[in-house]
Design a protein around this ligand. Structure first.
Ligand code: TYM
Length: 326
């Protein structure tokens, strides 16, 4: 199995954790796991080199802090494994221009940034993701709902390659948890919690007091009842979903516990739940960041392991398309 995360914003947020990273940690028990910090993807938009370097380490420290075990899983940085960029080129040659243009994440971003300022890299971004996945003969890809379309593209391109050149790639499946497939923004509870909209985002490295305050000012509705009803009560339902997935209590149990209580009670308690979650996590991240040499060593070891697998797939792919052996 393989999955990836962008190092772009420093702190991961609760959507990343509940939608994907929690599954990363759980699935390493019974999968041969590859986890990639996708720094090549991070340069598709304008960025600051110093910040990228720093955020890549902070990302690694967070993954370790959440429980990724580098003795069981290959934790690595995408640019350390050149096969990602190399396979990406081959897969770009398999993809249709119109097909790439239909990727909704690209369409959203290009509308926001404007097509004049957008890079070609942002356009081909999903195909680099295809390469990330196919290099490891991946069966399962734990991600949030927003990545579903990229996973479908991965299967389409893998299938197209296999039927043109003979069986080369395994067809991967997205693993998207139903309850937490999409965590919503606290201020705009019909939009996904996202790094590009900082207000309403629960950042795992943010000061717990500020997080509790953010939760207290989460947008709800003019009603009073604490019930899970995403269509009519998006804000309250999002808070319940977060509460339930952080504590393991069912939604029905929470609804019963908060019967007759107010939104303020729910928000205050959720603030405490989140504080209890982030406090030990932040301490662990700090201790990993205190030893950057060790952190780099872990990442180099992960890259060595990743290359063992990735180089075999790339060599086979090059052979299939008719490149001479180097
Ligand atoms: P990224 O870095 O935006 O997000 C990392 C993971 O977090 C999930 N996620 C969410 N899940 C639920 N609710 C939310 N509000 C929410 N926001 C983010 C994402 O679905 C993702 O699983 N293109 C990918 C990175 C990538 C990748 C890959 C993923 C590159 N190569 C190969 C899987 C396999 C991305 O930008 O994720």
């Amino acid at each position: 199995m393989l999955s990836g995360i962008q190092p772009t914003s420093g702190s991961f947020h609760l959507g990343n954790y509940l939608g994907a990273l929690r599954q990363w940690v759980a699935m390493q028990d019974d999968h041969d796991a590859f986890y990639c910090i996708v720094d090549l993807h991070a340069i598709t938009v304008e960025q600051d080199p110093k910040v990228l370097r720093e955020n890549t380490r902070v990302s690694a420290a967070q993954l370790l802090g959440l429980g990724i075990d580098p003795d069981r899983s290959a934790l690595f940085v995408q640019s350390h494994v050149p096969e990602h960029a190399q396979l990406s080129w081959v897969m770009e040659c398999m993809a249709g221009f119109g097909e790439a243009g239909r990727m909704t994440q690209f369409k959203d971003k290009s509308t926001r940034i404007g097509t004049d300022r957008i890079s070609v890299g942002l356009f081909t971004y999903p195909i680099l993701q295809v390469a990330d996945i196919l290099l490891y003969q991946t069966d399962r890809v734990p991600v949030g709902e927003d990545q579903r379309q990229h996973l479908e593209l991965t299967r389409d391109l893998a299938q197209r390659f296999n039927s043109r050149y003979g069986k080369t790639f395994r067809l991967p499946e997205a693993f998207i948890p139903k309850e937490t497939a999409k965590i919503f923004d606290l201020q705009e509870p019909t939009a996904k919690m996202s790094k590009s909209v900082p207000a309403g985002v629960i950042e795992l490295l943010e000061e717990p007091k500020r997080l509790a305050k953010k939760i207290r000012s989460a947008v709800t509705d003019t009603g009073r009842e604490i019930v899970f009803d995403p269509a009519n009560k998006a804000g309250v339902s999002n808070l319940l979903a977060i509460y339930s997935s952080l504590t393991g209590r069912t939604i029905a149990d929470l609804e019963a516990a908060y019967e007759g209580k107010g939104y303020g009670d729910l928000k205050k308690d959720l603030g405490e739940v989140v504080t209890e979650f982030v406090t030990p996590f932040q301490a662990k991240v700090k201790s990993f960041l205190d030893d950057p040499a060790e952190l780099d060593k872990v990442l180099h070891r992960g890259a060595d392991r990743a290359r063992e697998v990735a180089s075999v797939t790339l060599a086979r792919t090059y052979e299939k398309v008719g490149f001479l052996r180097p």
